[in-house]
Every structure is written in C-alpha cells, then in structure tokens.
Design a protein around this ligand. Structure first.
Ligand code: DQA
Length: 160
C-alpha cells in the first residue's frame, strides 16, 4: 500500500454514514412485493453492511414510522455522521419538517427510493426533500441503497 492509499484508507475508516428509513419500510418483504421486491429491510441492511465493510466505512441503519423521530435523528447527525442516506418513504412527498431538518443541519444528504417514484402515481413525482439533498437515486430496488452508499462516499470528497 502506498502512502496515498494509506491516507485514503484512514479517512474511510473514520467515515460514518447514517441510513434513515421512513414509514412502512419495516414491512418490506411482504409489502407490495411487485413494487418493492421480496427483500426485508433486515436483508437490505445486511447487503449495505457487507458493501460498507468492503469500502471500509461505518454505517448506522435506522427505521421509524414517526416523522418526529426521523427529524430528531437528522438533527443529531450533525457532528456525528459525515453523510445521511435517506429513504423518507411517504414523508418524501409531504414532509416540510424533514426538508427543514436536512437544510438546517447541513449534513450532506442523499435521497434514495426502491421504486422509480417518477414512473408511479403523480403524487409521488414530487419530492419535497429533493431540493435540499445532493442527489436522488430511485428505481433500482435494493440496489438503490448500495448506490446511495457509494454516492455517500463520493460526496465527502475523501477520494478526490
Ligand atoms: C418509496 C416510494 C414512496 O413513494 C413510498 O411512499 C414508499 C417507498 C420507495 O422506496 O420506493 O413508502 O420511498
């Protein structure tokens, strides 16, 4: 390993990524599998942890059905996490509170979805959190989480 690679590895080892999951994602596996697939949230978390181990970064993975709890976790992320990756689920389309929390804390945030929200009902086309996120990944099923993880590492510019 040359010294640049060692430096990069040290920075990656210190990196912490917070995965947040919104309402009804605890039902994955049995919830509308034709849209969301058959993997449970625990299965997806295991895939994320496997890839995070390969990439040498730490992840915390949480789910809540409560808007206020998600807001609290976003607020607490400041100074504790380098990046947030969020599947806000239905709150994506409604929650000014989540949007304001993301905007207030300034922790770089990546929006992810299992389904392609733009190809579904019209009310899902609008994401109120998108303007305060670095970018949006949707439509790749559980792979959206892995792409979110990889994007999270890129936005920190550790690799640049
Ligand atoms: C979702 C898409 C949302 O519109 C929906 O309310 C969800 C899941 C997704 O991952 O595809 O609960 O965020």
């Amino acid at each position: 390993m040359n010294s640049t690679t060692i430096q990069e590895t040290i920075k990656l080892l210190a990196m912490k990524i917070l995965f947040l999951n919104g309402p009804n994602l605890n039902l994955l596996g049995s919830r509308e599998p034709e849209i969301y697939g058959r993997m449970t949230l625990a299965d997806i978390e295991a895939k994320v942890r496997e890839r995070a181990a390969q990439l040498k970064v730490a992840v915390d993975f949480r789910q809540s059905n409560l808007e206020g709890e998600l807001v609290g976790w976003i607020q607490q992320a400041k100074g504790a996490f380098d990046v947030i990756v969020i599947n806000a689920a239905a709150y994506t389309h409604t929650s000014v509170a989540l949007r304001d929390a993301i905007s207030a804390v300034g922790v770089p945030t990546i929006e992810i979805h299992l389904s392609n929200i733009h190809a579904r009902e019209e009310f899902r086309h609008k994401s109120v959190i998108a303007p305060v996120c670095r970018g949006q990944i949707c439509g790749f099923g559980a792979k959206s989480y892995i792409l979110g993880l990889e994007a999270a590492i890129d936005v920190t510019e550790i690799k640049k």
